[in-house]
Design a protein around this ligand. Sequence first.
Ligand code: IMP
Ligand code: MG
Length: 171
Amino acid sequence: MKDLKILFTEEQIQDKIKELAELINNEYKSEELITICVLKGAVMFAVDLVKCLTMPVKMEFIRLSSYGSGTVSSGKVHAVDISLPDLNNKNVLIIEDIVDTGHTAKFLMDFINNNFKTKSTKFCSLLDKKISRVTEIEPDYYGFEIDDKFVVGYGLDYDGYYRNLKYIAYS
Ligand code: IMP
Ligand code: MG
């Protein structure tokens, strides 16, 4: 990707994470929360978000992929590693980098709700590309709505690269 332009700075991202954490802290109060970070894209967001949470937290990680390579969603969600502990009766918060078509979010919500009777299952995404949505899924929490741009940085990749940027950019 050439001539990357910054969409959200490191400061904007960190401020937004504090806002989201406040909402989440108010919602769950002192109840235990199991966060499920969707690797690899959500790793930066999940790590920064959980540091701002005040309830007892257990972090889980699963690995999914939907994009093959390039910038177009395949629509097919591939579970690379979805081993999870018993989530029955737990408050579960799925943490994602971006909801695009919504296939990944729907797959995950269905997977959790079909396999466990959780106390609650909610979805938190840093970015929401609402315009590309083809499923009925809506994140319970999201940081920024963006239009139909392919973005990289802060966990989001193009062909595996750019995840390490502190900001989010497009070309
Ligand atoms: P969905 O299943 O189409 O909603 O796609 C969700 C997944 O596609 C996300 O978890 C991302 O990993 C990836 N993705 C969607 N849009 C972008 C983007 O603009 N940049 C990088 N990855 C993206
Ligand atoms: Mg992802």
